[in-house]
Design a protein around this ligand. Sequence first.
Ligand code: SAM
Length: 326
Amino acid sequence: MFSYRHAFHAGNHADVLKHAVLVQILEHFNRKDTPYWVIDTHAGAGLYALDGEWAGQSGEVTEGLDRLLGAPNPPALVERYLRAVQDFNPDGVANLYPGSPCLALHAMRAQDRLRLFELHPTEGQVLEDTLRRQVHAPRRQVAVALEDGFAGLKRLLPPPPRRGLILIDPSYENKQDYRSVMQALRDGLQRFAQGCFAVWYPQVQRIQAHEMVRALERLPVDWLNASLTVRKPAADGLGMHGSGMFVINPPWTLESELRAALPWLQAALAQDDQARFSLTTGAARGGAGKPPAPDGKPADAPAGHPGPARRPAARQADQKRSPSRR
Ligand code: SAM
């Protein structure tokens, strides 16, 4: 159960989508002074060395973040994400990749709070060390619980300011995760109906993955579903060909930001001609939601970029791979 290490996947195409959405949601939250909480049920190690042993071996970042660095004319959502990544790489070279805890902390103000769960003891220890020693997170602002995030979430809802983002980002290594996500949402929405819940999901050839997305779309809530497929599904049925973010009670700016960004991301991250995106929404009342936006065609991408520079190319993968996200 404990073989998953996010370090293998740090900065891959799925992290790009997930973290760009995370940064965008918090940018919107910051428009009001009212405090909020971020609860990250599956926090990971927090910060990853892209030239380190694990990320270097998998090379997944070369099909993710690396493709964005230096790419011309990034849309605003991508630009915000790249600026945040850059702030963890002050020397201008992208050697460190901030995971969701670091990106959340980066966006938050003094009045906001971050609550993190991580079940893997080693990852949890690294996370705590990173937050204290590298990021210097204020103790009163951040708390890490080395326990099951699905179970722990219940006691934190609703958060005291009644304003918050709950990021649910399991590895789905265990297929029970698909059911646990739905249960956590049903419980969570009873306790905190107005909360913004963001669920990351993989596009894999597994029935539970498809069923979970359909079940999410049937929830009687306002939702937004953004997915980015980067390649055709593998003939052997293995691996991840894309991912999605399902956001309940999305900030109103998220849909338009994603509509502008997804064609660009598709063009930047496409691995073959099957790459595409989808952006759909649904409403709590009246249910049907808006029709899907047409899947995008690769966008042209002209000049100027924020973000750190590309690292020297050398790290492309040889063979050691972690378990895939499925
Ligand atoms: N959210 C992180 C980010 O975006 O940077 C990545 C998290 S990674 C996909 C999933 C993490 O959840 C792994 O570090 C894994 O050890 C941890 N994990 C697995 N099951 C868990 C559970 N039930 N509760 C909390 N953490 C769990």
